[in-house]
Each structure stands twice: as C-alpha cells, then as structure tokens.
Write a protein that binds this ligand. Structure first.
Ligand code: PLP
Length: 340
C-alpha cells in the first residue's frame, strides 16, 4: 500500500496494454499517465529539479521557469507547489486550455506566446521569451528541458529499465520524439544493456527533428520546430513520421476499445503499427511502445472533431481554433495514409 507525503513520490511502472486487438503483432503499450501529474513528464521534472537542488542553483526564493507545451508544466507546477517554489510556465497556443487551468490551480503563472518565431516556430518563440525573463531577474532558474541531461537520464534510470524488467524478451521499442528525452534515455539504456533491442523513433509530420520540412502541427507533445539538442541519431535504428490525421484515427480506434489516450500515444501507436506491418510480416517480434498521457486533456482537439464538435467554440487561449479543427476533421476522414 503506497502511503505518500509528496505527490511526486507515486509512480506506476508496470501497466502495459496488450494492443493485439488492433492487429496481429505482439505490441504492448506502456502507460505513463498514472501519477499525480498525469504524464510521463513527471519523471524528467523530478530528476531536473533534484539535480538543480543538488547543484545549489535552485534554492529557497528561486523562481522556476520553463518552456512547455503543457505536460512538463503540469509536473513542474506540482513539484513547485510541493517544494515551495514559484513557477512560471511559458506555453504557446497549442497548450490545451484544461492543461493551463491545471497549472494555474497548482499555483503556477502561465504566460502564452502568441506568435511563432519565423525560424524556430513556437518552441523558438517560447525559448526567446524565457531568455528575456531570465535576463531581467536572477531569481529565475530555467531548467531547460531541451538541453538538460537530467531529462534523458530520468528515462535511462526509470522508463527503460521498467520496460526491460517487464519484457525481458522485447525486440523493439517505439518512442515518440519531442525534446527526445524519452527517446535518448531509452536508446542509451538499451544500447548499453540490451544492444540487440531496436529503437524506433516516432515523430509528427511537420517536425524538423529528423530532417523533414517544417509544417503546422496542432497536437502538442511530439515534434519540434528546431532540431532537439539532446538528439543523437546514431543511437536510433529507424524513424517513422505520422500525420496528425492518422494520429487522430488511431486515438479513436483505441477509444473504441475503451482506452482514451492522449494525442502523442496515437502517433506512437500509428508509427509502431506501420513499422511492424512492413518489417515483421510474421508477427514474431515482441514490441513495446510508450504512451505518454491520457485523453482527457485532448477532448476539444483529438476527440472534439465531427461527432463531438461544438461549432463556433474557439479554444479559450487560441489553441485549435475552428479552422485548425476543420482542417484536422477533413484530413481525419480521408483514407488512411500509408507508407509515411
Ligand atoms: C504528451 C506528450 N507526448 C510526448 C512527449 C515527448 O516527450 P520527450 O520530450 O521526452 O521527447 C511529451 C513531452 O512533453 C508530451 O507531453
């Protein structure tokens, strides 16, 4: 019976969904949402805060600041509340309104940049904003998830060993790529401990991470407008890039079986199913994919399109406005795109 005093003490490491209801491949989905922050980002948040405290950079009176599309922001808001720090989260219009409200309920100040940087996109604009605030006040401590080694180390110490322990016979691991903290932590762990395990990165269309052209992306979590500094491509065996329409279709397929996952889970599962259909025709490989969060934060986006869309409702903070929703709705109803 876990009895805790701080919310970050509670983690669930061993819940996997058997996805054989989606196809013939032994594909198991590691669920990272069952903690008080509701996502995989609790792990890097904890590890980055602990490292900053150990180094003396973060101390009583410091103000934590971070650029986040939401989930890291929620995790940091929770830890900041529990440890007595102020927290400022710099988000962009793709941040789900409910995610923003969760951060605010936990006592965080949320600043939303409204214009993307012409070169670096929204992430570039968020980082420039953070830099500006830090330059003006030395109480700010920016953990910088994009370059912080503790980001990938959290997954090297926790996420990857948990997969290896539950699935000693795993052959391939599918990991979504945002900052690439999850990807790099898992890739390094398996390279060092089980080098025969293949690591496949899954990214969103419109992300430049693996060299594709920049394009609009409406679902937060995966993809970057600038190359992620943590990424070392030599540690990855393969990459799959998935459209947002395909992501939505897969999320809805999962929901049709009672599993309401977040948008990036739809992307990772889509990429995994595509890769396995091409590379494992006999369904011999044991595969694990990582599900970063659940679907409640995406009711107005991934799950809010025809069928459930309430017309004329524009996200409170400008995310997924009507145009964006209609674009996604049209794409999601086209035939599935194959061979991406
Ligand atoms: C829902 C969701 N999925 C995936 C990711 C990507 O994880 P990482 O930054 O470790 O690449 C994030 C990161 O914020 C996320 O919030």
């Amino acid at each position: 019976m876990p009895v805790i005093t701080d919310p970050q003490e509670f983690h669930v490491d061993d819940v996997f969904v058997d996805l054989r209801f989606l196809g013939p491949h032994p594909l198991f989905l590691k669920c990272e949402a069952f903690n008080f922050a509701g996502s995989v980002k609790l792990r890097p948040a904890e590890e980055m805060v602990a490292a900053a405290e150990r180094s003396g950079r973060l101390r009583p009176g410091s103000v934590l600041i971070e650029s986040s599309s939401g989930n890291l922001g929620v995790a940091l808001a929770m830890i900041a509340a529990s440890r007595g720090y102020r927290f400022v989260c710099v988000a962009d219009p793709r941040c789900n309104p409910v995610t923003r409200r969760i951060m605010e309920a936990l006592g965080a100040d949320v600043h939303v940049v409204t214009e993307p940087d012409p070169v670096g996109g929204f992430v570039g604009a968020r980082i420039a904003y953070v830099r500006g605030l830090c330059a003006g006040d030395d109480r700010y401590v920016w953990l910088d998830q994009y370059t912080n080694e503790a980001n990938w180390l959290a997954h090297y110490h926790q996420t990857a060993p948990a997969i290896a322990k539950s699935f000693p016979a795993v052959d391939v691991v599918f990991v979504g790529a945002g900052t690439t903290g999850t990807l790099m932590g898992c890739a390094r762990y398996f390279r060092e401990n089980r080098p025969e395990v293949r690591i496949v990165a899954v990214d969103a269309h419109g992300s430049v991470t693996f060299g594709g052209p920049a394009g609009p992306r409406l679902i937060p979590g995966l993809g970057m407008g600038v190359r992620p500094p943590l990424l070392d491509e030599s540690l990855i065996d393969d990459v799959r890039v998935v459209s947002e329409a395909e992501t939505i279709r897969t999320c809805r397929r999962l929901a049709g079986h009672g599993f309401l996952f977040g948008g990036s889970t739809g992307t990772v599962v889509s990429g995994a199913l595509q890769w396995l259909a091409e590379r494992d025709r006999r369904s011999e490989l044991v595969a694990v994919a990582i599900a970063p969060d659940l679907g409640e934060r995406y009711l107005d986006s991934v799950y809010g399109l025809p069928g459930g869309e309430r017309r004329g409702q524009v996200g409170q903070h400008g995310m997924l406005d009507d145009l964006g929703r209609r674009q996604l709705a049209v794409e999601a109803h086209r035939e599935p795109d194959r061979g991406e």
